[in-house]
Design a protein around this ligand. Structure first.
Ligand code: ZN
Length: 324
C-alpha cells in the first residue's frame, strides 16, 4: 500500500507544469495555440519557410488582439504561417484545443483511447475523432532507436497474433485461419520496445527481423521456439532461452517477462478499447503502445509534450500509405 501511495505522489502534477497547462489548453483555442507554439518553438518562433527568427504575430484590424486565425508573418521572406504548418494538423480544420485533448488522452491512457470517447468528451464528430487519433498514432511512430541493444544489453524477443476477430478460437493453432496478424516484439530490458508486423513465423523471417533491429553487441532472450535456434551466433553475448512448455519462466536472468507484459498491455488495449483492428492499420496502433512504453518514465505531461513535438515535421496525406 505504501508503495502505491508513493508512486501516486511521485506521479502527482505538482512537478509537471505541462500537465497543469493542459486542461486550460483543452478548453480555450487561444490558450491551445499558445501552448502549441511553446511546445513547438520553445519561446523562439522561427519561420518554417526560411528558418529566420525575425517573425511577428499578425494582429486584427484595430490592433488590439491577435488575428483570429493566429497567423505569424516572417519579415525576411514575407511568408505567413501558423503553428500548424508542417505538422499532422496542417490541413485539418479541427480546433487545436481538441487536438491537445486527443494528444493528452492518447499519450497517457495506458491501454489507449477510443474515438468514441474523444467524440463524447470534446463534441467533435466521431469521424473527426477517428481522423485525429489516426494522425496522432502516425505522429507517435518510430519512437525507439533504429537499433536496439546498443550497450550490450539484453533484448527479449517474442511473437504473437494480434487483432482480427477472435473466431475459430480453440480449433486453430496460433492464429491460423483467422484474420489475426503476426507481430514480433523486441524489447530492451529497462529500455525501448519495437514491434514489427511479420508475414510468417519462419526462422528466416524472425531471424532477419531480429538482425535488422538489434545491435550485434546484445544478447537475445527468447522462449524455446525452434525458429530462433542459431540466432546466438550473430550476437556477442549469445542467445538464451526459457522453456515455457516445461513451465520454466525464469532461470536466473533468463526470462522473457518484459516482452510478455508488453504484449499483455497491447492485447488488453486492442481487445478492450479498439475491439477489432485491421491488419492494414495495426502497425499504427502498435506505434501508440510503443511510444507510451518508450516514454513510460516521463511524467504524463512530458509524455504528451513528447508526442506533440513528434507531430511536427510529420504530415499524413490522404493518399499516403499509412503503414510504416
Ligand atoms: Zn521566412
Amino acid at each position: 500500500m505504501i508503495n502505491i501511495t508513493t508512486k501516486i505522489q511521485n506521479r502527482s502534477t505538482k512537478n509537471d507544469p505541462i500537465i497543469r497547462a493542459l486542461p486550460a489548453a483543452c478548453a480555450d483555442e487561444k490558450t491551445a495555440v499558445e501552448f502549441g507554439e511553446r511546445m513547438r518553438w520553445g519561446g523562439h518562433p522561427a519561420c518554417p519557410h526560411c528558418g529566420d527568427t525575425d517573425v511577428y504575430q499578425m494582429m486584427n484590424v484595430d490592433n488590439t488582439a491577435r488575428q483570429a486565425n493566429y497567423r505569424w508573418r516572417c519579415r525576411e521572406c514575407k511568408a505567413q504561417f501558423t503553428v500548424r504548418i508542417g505538422s499532422v494538423f496542417e490541413d485539418s480544420r479541427i480546433e487545436l484545443r481538441h487536438w491537445c485533448f486527443a494528444f493528452w488522452r492518447a499519450s497517457t491512457s495506458k491501454k489507449g483511447v477510443s474515438a468514441l470517447e474523444i467524440h463524447r468528451q470534446t463534441g467533435v464528430s466521431y469521424k473527426s475523432a477517428l481522423f485525429m487519433l489516426h494522425r496522432i498514432r502516425y505522429a507517435m511512430s518510430e519512437s525507439a532507436p533504429v537499433m536496439l541493444g546498443q550497450d550490450c544489453g539484453d533484448v527479449e524477443v517474442d511473437e504473437t497474433y494480434v487483432g482480427g476477430k477472435p473466431r475459430y478460437r480453440g480449433t486453430s493453432k496460433r492464429g491460423r485461419g483467422t484474420k489475426k496478424q503476426c507481430v514480433l516484439a523486441l524489447v530492451e530490458r529497462n529500455g525501448s520496445v519495437k514491434t514489427k508486423p511479420i508475414a510468417n513465423v519462419s526462422a528466416k523471417t524472425l531471424q532477419t527481423a531480429i538482425r535488422q533491429n538489434v545491435n550485434g553487441s546484445a544478447r537475445i532472450v527468447t522462449d524455446e521456439n525452434s525458429a530462433y535456434t542459431g540466432i546466438g551466433k550473430h550476437y556477442a553475448r549469445g542467445h538464451q532461452t526459457v522453456c515455457h512448455s516445461t513451465r520454466e519462466y525464469v532461470r536466473g536472468d533468463a526470462y522473457s517477462n518484459t516482452v510478455e507484459s508488453f504484449f499483455a498491455t497491447v492485447k488488453r488495449g486492442i481487445n478492450g478499447i479498439y475491439h477489432s483492428v485491421s491488419k492494414e492499420h495495426l502497425s499504427l496502433y502498435l506505434s501508440e503502445y510503443e511510444l507510451r512504453h518508450n516514454n513510460r518514465n516521463l511524467e504524463d505531461g512530458e509524455r504528451t509534450a513528447a508526442a506533440i513535438r513528434k507531430a511536427q515535421g510529420q504530415r499524413l496525406l490522404y493518399k499516403q500509405p499509412v503503414t510504416r
